[in-house]
Ligand binder design. Structure first.
Ligand SMILES: Cc1cc2nc3c(=O)[nH]c(=O)nc-3n(C[C@H](O)[C@H](O)[C@H](O)COP(=O)(O)O)c2cc1C
Length: 406
């Protein structure tokens, strides 16, 4: 199937534009042998390339290009199938935008097109040309340094609670993972993650339970979470706990139970964030919103977890605004390489800024993901890059420190 890939990238400072001619000659030969065509635009700082051809060949050439050390911050903008090539005759022509008049350059580029798409501006691929040539999105080209520009140095703050956690009879335990502001070196909150007493998953904790019993077990587990968190109070001012949305609806007096346990452990409601998972919320939104009002009235903050992973995230936001949104790992993964993820996360950040909702990025594993998200304006992070969850305690936190020379 005819496949089109478009990406943009940043030329390395050490590479002189004079070597590009030779690079393109080599590329031309390789592309011709693979039946891959396209065009490469250069504006003095950034490359923008369209590659078209059989799926396997285009993917393989793009894989090589991504690893080429002559450029960095390679961001895929477009990957789609098409009935015909847009730049079919060209091999790989290098087109230096600086040599043309600003008002004409887009048309000159498009005139090199070979297909009936030529002047159809509603073709998505050609829209990307227009955006690049007219430098419309330039403020979103974050020039993040390579991942090894930062070191992540664990501090000595690890805490492990006494093995009994004060309650040997409890049917569950919790692992804790910090949510941090890495540049301010601040712990924002600890998230309590449900485990069985021997450290197994929440699914195991709920296994064998049905109907009302699931919600009751969910609520009861928070008693243990608050008791353990009270012992971790010196580490963080705020605690995040997860709750099934329907627990508030199905268990009579659920909010009072939470408030009693919060008070019994010497905590105050303003310290607590209750996290709900988006896809579970949406099925019974009206009832859920009513129950959440009680939490809010008591001073407890509300977060929507795994935002972006469900099927109606934006509808949810239209009807119900939480205090915090946690962006799902699936959207965060490789964000520095993906134009579509970048566009979606920009939109979430802008929307949340207008609604004064805080944004946390969850599941951050790579330094480049963190750097991109930080450049985009996110300040709260959770992920293995900084700290893994620890049963009955909090791990040391690996704070980023920029290496000298960057
Ligand atoms: C901006 C840019 C565009 C490139 N375009 C192509 C291309 O279209 N086709 C190609 O074969 N190589 C292209 N290359 C070069 C490849 O990255 C790589 O050097 C080449 O495929 C040879 O790879 P190899 O030495 O691993 O075989 C490009 C490199 C850069 C920096």
């Amino acid at each position: 199937m005819l496949t089109t890939i478009i990406y943009r990238s940043h030329i390395c400072d050490s590479v002189s534009a004079s070597v590009l001619g030779e690079m393109v000659t080599v590329a031309n030969n390789k592309n011709s042998r693979a039946d891959v065509t396209g065009i490469l635009l250069f504006n003095g700082t950034h490359f923008f390339q369209l590659l078209e051809g059989p799926e396997e060949e285009v993917t393989e050439i793009y894989r090589h290009i991504r690893e080429d050390s002559r450029h960095y911050n390679v961001v895929e903008l477009f990957c789609d199938r098409a009935p015909a090539r847009r730049f079919g005759k060209l091999g790989m022509e290098l087109f230096d935008l600086r040599e043309y008049d600003r008002d004409e350059v887009l048309q000159i580029v498009l005139n090199k097109g070979t297909s009936r798409y030529q002047l159809m501006y509603d073709d998505r691929a050609l829209q990307f040309f227009r955006t690049f040539v007219e430098a419309r999105e330039k403020e979103n080209y974050f020039e993040i340094p390579p991942g090894n520009a930062w070191e992540f140095i664990p501090d000595s703050s690890a805490v492990v609670l006494d093995a009994s956690y004060g309650d040997n009879t409890a049917e569950c335990r919790f692992a804790f993972q910090p949510i941090i502001d890495p540049l301010a070196r601040e712990i924002i909150s600890l998230e309590a993650l449900l485990r069985t007493p021997d450290g197994d998953s929440p699914e195991r904790y709920f296994a064998g339970l049905h109907g009302q019993a699931v919600y009751e077990a969910d609520l009861r587990s928070k008693k243990v979470a608050f008791a353990m968190a009270a012992q971790l109070a010196p580490v963080a001012q705020s605690l995040s706990v997860n709750l099934l949305p329907m627990t508030l609806v199905e268990v009579p007096g659920a909010v009072d139970f939470l408030l009693n346990e919060i008070a019994a452990n010497g905590l105050v409601p303003e310290q607590i964030v209750v996290e709900f998972t988006e896809s579970e919320v949406i099925s019974r939104l009206e009832e859920f919103t009513g129950a959440v009002r009680q939490l809010k009235a008591a001073g407890i903050r509300v977060a929507i977890d795994h935002f972006g992973a469900g099927f109606a995230g934006l509808l949810l936001l239209a009807q119900f605004q939480p205090d915090i949104i946690k962006i799902n790992r699936a959207l965060i993964q490789d964000v520095h390489k993906s134009g579509s993820r970048q566009a979606i996360i920009h939109a979430i950040i802008n929307c949340c800024a207008s609604l004064h909702i805080s944004v946390t990025a969850v599941g951050v594993e790579q330094p480049e993901e963190w750097m991109w998200l930080e450049s985009a304006g996110i300040i709260q992070f959770q992920g293995h890059l900084f700290a893994r969850p620890v049963m009955g305690g909090v791990s040391a936190i690996a704070w980023p420190e920029k290496k000298t020379g960057w």
